[in-house]
Design a protein around this ligand. Structure first.
Ligand SMILES: NC(=O)c1ccc[n+]([C@@H]2O[C@H](COP(=O)([O-])OP(=O)(O)OC[C@H]3O[C@@H](n4cnc5c(N)ncnc54)[C@H](OP(=O)(O)O)[C@@H]3O)[C@@H](O)[C@H]2O)c1
Length: 328
């Protein structure tokens, strides 16, 4: 286990707050859900597999406190919404349901992800990592943003990225990697995209003078979750088990792995910052590509086009256009 772990030491309660976490039925997302539920939040698990989501909810309800010394009985509330990021129709349906049933949304945690997937396209014709890890979250965020805006000051959008972004590049001429696919290349591109999206969204919000919503990207650490589950098929038999063994031996456990996400969601000091990348519960260095403002704008534009939106529109018009797509 990683001996130099930093924990989020905020004792803030989250009563009355609504938090959405994508991919919260396992790994980091599930531990983040458990922590925020314990703090009194209404936690929405946005998941593709209802059976796994129900099992996660049962587990969190049965064991809201992983640490026996922190018992309280004022936990929050848990709900499940169906979301499959590989389908824009599913993302829109999920957003529509959320907007119909949730009067307020304070925190959106874009956590779901896949890694080391063999080359495959989604129903929308995009490379699997690009859509699951970046484009689906890009769309969900823009659809939910007006509700965050109406939910009061102190709202946050958190994008779970990775230190592997240091190895990533955005292949603007071949964004779906049709000419030169590699699972590592696809994963690192999508994780770099998470940071570029964070920075550009912070800029767009500032330019549109929309206040009260901060945006964060983060590296959670290396953690033995199910993230490498596809590597056995992509690389060699047992690659997933090797990953789990080495991360278990040398790196963070899943509770430690959720700390930076929790920090970005609740910490008071982080509440004064936006557009930054965090690791071990503090702002951290990114690759030079992740800091390149031309890159983030170019990725923003290309993401809009892949969603059949006009990137040239000003941000507020863009939000109105996209909202109309799910209006009856
Ligand atoms: N573990 C690490 O060492 C590590 C390091 C750096 C960054 N990260 C990042 O941390 C995040 C969480 O990963 P994890 O390690 O907790 O892995 P995990 O246990 O595999 O969790 C991933 C979650 O994403 C969900 N998901 C995958 N595809 C989806 C889709 N199409 N629609 C909706 N949900 C989908 C999964 O749902 P199903 O159960 O239905 O598949 C699962 O709930 C990811 O963004 C990952 O890139 C992890």
């Amino acid at each position: 286990m990683w001996p130099f772990n930093t924990s989020c030491d905020s004792t803030a309660r989250f009563d009355g707050k609504t938090v959405i976490i994508t991919g919260a039925n396992s790994g980091i997302g599930k531990e983040t859900a458990r922590d925020l539920y314990r703090r009194g939040a209404r936690v929405i698990l946005a998941c593709r597999n209802m059976e796994r989501a129900n099992a996660a909810v049962d587990d969190i309800k049965r064991n809201p406190f992983l640490k026996a010394d922190k018992q309280e009985d004022n936990t929050g509330d848990l709900a499940i919404y169906q979301l499959d990021l590989t389908s824009f129709a599913s993302v829109k349906e999920c957003a529509k349901n959320l907007l119909a049933k949730e009067p307020v949304i304070h925190i959106l945690i874009n956590n779901a992800g896949i890694a080391m997937f063999p080359f495959e396209k989604t129903v929308n014709g995009n490379e699997m990592h690009l859509q699951t890890n970046h484009l689906g979250h890009f769309l969900l965020t823009l659809l939910l943003l007006p509700r965050l805006q109406l939910s009061g000051f102190g709202c946050r959008i958190i994008n779970v990225s990775s230190c592997t972004h240091w190895f990533g590049n955005i292949n603007f001429d071949d964004i779906n990697l049709e000419k030169s696919y590699g699972p590592w290349k696809a994963y690192t591109q999508s994780k770099l995209a998470n940071i570029l999206f964070t920075k550009e969204l912070a800029r767009q919000l500032a330019k549109a003078k929309i206040t009260g919503i901060n945006v964060y990207a983060l590296h959670p650490g290396l953690i033995p979750t199910e993230i490498a589950r596809h590597s056995g098929n992509t690389f060699f038999y047992g690659a997933d088990k090797c990953w789990t063994f080495w991360t278990w031996l040398l790196f963070k456990n899943v509770v430690q792995g959720a700390q930076t996400t929790i920090y970005c969601a609740i910490d008071e000091k982080a509440g004064e910052e936006t557009g930054l990348y965090y690791s071990d519960c503090s702002p951290a260095m990114t690759s030079s590509r992740a800091m390149n403002a031309d890159y983030s704008k170019k990725l923003w534009d290309i993401s809009c086009r892949l969603l059949h939106l006009e990137p040239e529109e000003n941000f507020v018009t863009l939000l109105n256009t996209i909202s109309r797509q799910i209006a009856d």
